[in-house]
Ligand binder design. Sequence first.
Ligand SMILES: [Zn+2]
Length: 336
Amino acid sequence: MAVLFGTDPLFLDHDAGTHHPERPERLGAVLKGIELVQDKVEVVRFNPEPASGFQMAKVHGGDYLATLRRFCLMGGGELDPDTQVSIHSWDAAILAAGAGIDAAKRLKKGQADAAFVAVRPPGHHAIADSAMGFCLINNVAVLAAELVSWGERVLIFDFDAHHGNGTQDAFFANSSVLYVSTHQYPLFPGTGRVQEVGIGDGHGTTVNIPLPEGTTGPTMRYALETIAWPAIEAFDPTWLLISAGFDAHYKDPLTEMGLSSGDFFDLTSWAMKLVPKGRTVALLEGGYDLEALRDSTASLLGALSGESFSPEAPGRLRPERDLIDALAQMRSRALD
Ligand SMILES: [Zn+2]
């Protein structure tokens, strides 16, 4: 199966600051991952189009976008202690926000069977009126909002080691988007408790799976099958968006999770079966060890293409069923 791969040199121009972990070299590691698989996988490359103001305004309200644009174009600086921008960050950010939409349009035209967009800056911490945690515009949320406007039912699977608080916020009261997050807990940004299940029309369409340090792939897989599956089955998604952050890899310097790149292959393959063929878009979020990023990208592409390819074996430890069963019970109580 063919996989669309969208990226652009403009993403290298976003400068998050000296010695910042979210650095341009990350995209070089992603490209090395693509090289690892391109003999086995048919990779269809494209340079994405930026998102329109109208598309981004579905997620970011008020004057946030205008303020961010002005701040970048005046030379940039610090938005918060974690999040800095440079003069080119606005152009990179609107391209990152549009990349997923461009990929989805191409999938609808039948250009490939799945897509991966390697973008910077990442997006899942950005909230309606503010940048946060290396993120400026919530790329996956902008794409999900666009797909909802097409009449689709969107499953977002966020396996980044951090909770995607911005994505959760965007759809907390929205029954057209099911947000499923696996993340280390406690960890930045501090949200993502299992009791956060959505409100109003969105009650039940947020699934948080907070996990302890050292969690491996089999535990995460068991958690998804136990905690997330009932919600996914009831929701019946038509599209899958993956917030593909690879900082849950055991080599990552920012977190303490225990996944291998083989686990990302396994998790992605599992999730893809939840939606029709040709309806999966993965967007790069975090991931700060360059080797892990390379290998995990190769695994992701393998899974997206349906080819069995993974530089590292998946984890073999027995799943921690007691912990997950307890979390499942806590979610059930929160849903009552
Ligand atoms: Zn992260």
